[in-house]
Ligand binder design. Structure first.
Ligand code: GLY
Ligand code: MN
Ligand code: MN
Length: 440
């Protein structure tokens, strides 16, 4: 059956138009070996087809509305690389109205571009070769004015439709995302139970990702961040080579990709199973902020208002802890909180971990609406390195907080009644974490 997403895309296209949507290419890892293939997110969303190099041509006004150009069946290549659907499979298994071998795309391009008044193609987002091919063909057709050719007058970025569609998840997509969340939640719980002083960060990474794979996940939906001690203050720490030290915290930011959809969870917990008072000060501030932001999620709340709320709560808390000095309102106005809270509150989540879709329209923050899935992930990061703090920031950071990094991240679905937390199965209350870690 044709994917409902493709039908909806056609419905939203200009009636007399054509879209050319290429799949992702394979990418070389070294010499003649490749990275494990991952389909282009928009292509996957519209077609569900997971082979490299294909091209989808979508023309809602035509009798043949959906054409796929694919790698043909090839006994020799299939011995090395595995099964290909080929042109017959593209029609029978992926509901294309017709399909051709990729090698025929160039000669059919003139025909594809002759007639529709608009072309949907994402220049700059596929390959320079494909961009060039389309530009060359359009130029040729525009210059051939003594033949009855009608190349498109308008070129539209298809993501203006596709990315807006991707912001709202269907019930089938939500079911898959719940599974991606459950797999990641199980991995985080197992990590909390397994962690001990002297382990390596990469051992925790291995444990988490083995659980992802055991459940049929393709693997992590982004490179897992396993940061112990001061490594947790590096926002995109991914080397994961450090040794877990008694008395430090461990920040684990890891999510699974399952059937093409991402989860994204962060938990921060004590390596020896017990928070120190200084760690609790920071942890509880981040946690109450995170939970309060989740409480605010409901249709109509502007995404920027959630972020502002997190800034207000964290700034006030930081003043109480002596991390910032002064009036909260002034500290916010002067963005002084950015010394310790320097990233956004969250992001859309879906096929991409930082998913498609616009956060602003005409400069205005968009409101939350049912069907959106997003992360809520405030954090505080107190670098141990006080040697290069810029002039405008507080140089007098209480020593007991140096080297502490805390982030707490959940995935939430916006419903009519508020937030549904997809990742609720991993504890985040400090007492609950300590109780879980005590069961060794
Ligand atoms: N792990 C990436 C993020 O949390 O946005
Ligand atoms: Mn995230
Ligand atoms: Mn994350």
């Amino acid at each position: 059956m044709i994917k409902p997403q493709l039908l909806e895309f056609m419905r939203r296209m200009d009636p007399n138009s054509v879209a050319i949507i290429p799949a992702a290419r394979e990418s070389v890892r070294s010499h003649d070996t490749h990275y494990r293939y991952r389909q282009n997110s928009d292509f996957f969303y519209l077609t569900g087809f997971e082979e490299p190099d294909a091209i989808a041509v979508v023309a809602p006004a035509k009798e043949k509305k959906f054409t796929l150009f694919v790698r043909p069946r090839d006994r020799e290549r299939e011995i090395w690389e595995g099964y290909r659907a080929g042109v017959d499979g593209a029609v029978s298994d992926y509901s294309a109205d017709e399909a051709f071998p990729l090698s025929e795309f160039d000669e059919k391009l003139a025909e594809i571009l002759d007639g529709p008044s608009a072309l949907y193609y994402a220049f700059g987002h596929t390959t320079p070769e494909m961009d060039q091919k389309i530009i060359r063909q359009l130029t040729l057709m525009r210059e051939t004015n003594r033949k009855p050719l009608e190349p498109p007058q308008t070129i539209v970025d298809p993501s203006s439709i596709i990315h807006e569609m991707r912001v709202f998840k269907s019930s089938e997509e939500i079911e898959i995302m719940q599974r991606a969340a459950d797999i990641a939640a199980e991995a985080h719980v197992e990590a909390m139970k397994a962690v001990r002083p002297r382990m390596k960060e990469y051992e925790v990474e291995a444990l988490i990702e083995s659980i992802f794979r055991r459940h049929g996940s393709a693997g992590p939906s982004y490179t897992s961040i396993i940061g112990s001690g001061a490594n947790a203050t590096v926002l995109h720490y991914i080397s994961n080579q450090g040794t877990l030290r008694d008395g430090d915290l461990l920040l684990v930011d890891a999510g699974a990709e399952y059937q093409g959809y991402a989860s994204d969870i962060t938990r921060t917990f004590p390596i020896n199973g017990k928070f120190t008072q200084a760690q609790r000060d920071i942890y509880d501030l981040v946690l109450t902020t995170q939970m309060s932001c989740i409480d605010m999620v409901r249709p109509g709340v502007r995404l920027e208002d959630l972020k502002t709320h997190s800034i207000e709560m964290l700034t006030e808390g930081m003043v109480n802890l002596g991390l910032l000095k002064g009036e909260p309102a002034k500290l916010i106005e002067e963005k002084k909180y950015m010394q310790f809270y320097m990233h956004n509150l969250g992001h859309f989540l879906g096929i991409d971990v930082h998913d498609a879709g616009r956060y602003y329209f005409k400069g205005e923050s968009r409101p939350a609406e049912p069907g959106m899935v997003m992360t809520i992930e405030p954090g505080l990061y107190i670098s141990p390195d006080t040697s290069n703090i810029p002039e405008e920031f507080n140089k007098d950071v209480p020593e007991k907080y140096l080297g502490i990094g805390v982030r707490i991240e959940d995935d939430v679905l916006v419903t009519e009644n508020g937030a549904r937390v997809l990742t609720h199965k991993v504890p985040k209350d400090a007492g609950e974490i300590e109780a879980l870690m005590a069961i060794k």
